[in-house]
Design a protein around this ligand. Structure first.
Ligand code: MTE
Ligand code: MO
Length: 380
């Protein structure tokens, strides 16, 4: 898989890393067409190369603690007389979204591959079509065994760590899949065959969880008693308390991040812009909450968080279990000079965001869920 292919398939991304390819969505495409991010501009996050899989020869193997281990071709999976299909609008958010703000506080171990310096565009929303994994396990495998507590997904891509080669492998609790008809084995994205760079021919789509669990190029699923032993599951995507740093960081001190918390960002204007206006400044952005919560309320402040204005519900895309809401608001602003604008969101469980990024800081710099703050120069 070459850089030229990325350029051909994708253009106009913010390129973070050439290999493995990591690209961020530009702000103008985040606020693009309704709530959907186009395939051309959806962010890309890879740990290794992009496998070139022949869909006709491809088989998904399901094993471990299931009643009947089985292999399924794409033709089997796509046969509606075998498995019921579903279409779900899902926001995928990388747990590294807005990491740049944490890097400014303190850069952690500075590993660019694991801790890429994402801004506000490591998030995107697409309509995925596929089959609910729950149905495949029931219909094709006769269900899973009582001891199985986790489902492991193995991707066909490989990457190096400490001199060894690994397949990308992650797991989620079986409970998440059992309770959720919208966790998909997906082959279509926004009405097109799933692009190779997004995991084609087949990927997991795990609603409400960090992007990392939505394994691309999934070719093997195992029902297990314990979480996956793969290094991505065991050693990455861990949340450490704030006392954890270089001296005392060890895997057993972290906990595995699964559901995404409530978060939001101001996408336009950009921090540092000079705004010439007649007493109103227009702000636009996204707001999202994972774990089956939806966004109820978005508030914006023109003075660093003293006075807050609620975004009218009519100025937001509609409520959705698994997708963000895009919002916009014209804020009354009298003051001139540098002003700090910020946004905070409440979700359907009445969760809201930490006030400052310092409270969200953690060694691996995941889940920057604090109020997003930008500086604008106001000329009134
Ligand atoms: N699956 C495989 N096989 N390999 C990967 O590197 N990256 C994960 C996840 N699935 C990854 C993967 C991460 S960290 C994220 S955020 C999402 O894919 C990104 O999905 P996208 O590239 O389609 O936006
Ligand atoms: Mo991610």
């Amino acid at each position: 898989f070459s850089w030229e292919m990325v350029q051909k398939e994708k253009h106009d991304m913010l390129h973070l890393l050439d290999f493995p390819y990591n690209g961020e969505t530009r702000p103008q495409y985040l606020l693009g067409d309704g709530k959907i991010t186009s395939n051309m501009h959806h962010f890309i996050r890879n740990h290794g190369g992009v496998p070139d899989i022949d869909e006709d020869a491809f088989e998904l193997e399901i094993g471990g603690l299931v009643n009947h281990p089985i292999k399924l071709s794409m033709k089997d999976l796509k046969d509606p007389s075998k498995f019921p299909q579903a279409e779900v609008t899902v926001t995928l958010q990388c747990s590294g979204t807005r990491r740049r703000e944490q890097i400014e506080v303190y850069p952690g171990d500075g590993d660019e591959l694991i801790n890429a310096p994402w801004g506000e565009g490591a998030i995107g929303t697409a309509v995925y079509r596929g089959v609910p994994l729950k149905k495949v396990l029931k219909i094709a495998c006769g269900g899973i065994l009582p001891d199985a507590k986790h489902l492991e997904f193995i991707g066909a891509d490989t990457y190096f760590k400490k001199g060894e080669v690994f397949n990308y492998a992650v797991s989620v609790p079986w409970r998440k899949v059992r309770n959720n008809e919208e966790v998909l084995l997906a082959w279509e994205m926004n009405g097109e065959p799933l692009p190779k760079i997004h995991g084609g021919p087949l990927r997991m789509v795990i609603t409400g969880y960090i992007g990392a669990r939505s394994c691309k190029w999934v070719y093997r699923i195992n029902a297990l008693e314990e979480p996956s032993q793969g290094p991505v599951q065991r050693a990455e995507y861990l949340y450490y308390t704030q006392q954890i740093g270089k001296q005392n960081v060890k895997i057993s001190n972290g906990f595995s991040i699964q559901a995404m918390p409530v978060s939001s960002a101001i996408i336009a204007p950009s921090s540092g812009d000079v705004i010439i206006h007649d007493g109103m400044i227009m702000l636009k952005g996204w707001a999202y909450s994972g774990g089956g919560n939806w966004v109820e309320r978005v508030e914006v402040s023109p003075d660093g968080g003293h006075v807050w204005y609620a975004v009218p519900q009519d100025n937001m895309t509609k409520k959705h279990y698994h997708a963000w809401r895009l919002w916009e608001i014209a804020l009354p602003v009298d003051a001139e000079g540098w002003l700090e604008f910020c946004v905070r969101t409440w979700d359907s469980s009445n969760n809201t965001q930490p006030t400052y990024v310092r409270s969200a800081w953690n060694w691996d710099l995941h889940v920057t869920s604090s109020c997003h703050r930008i500086k604008l120069y106001s000329v009134n």
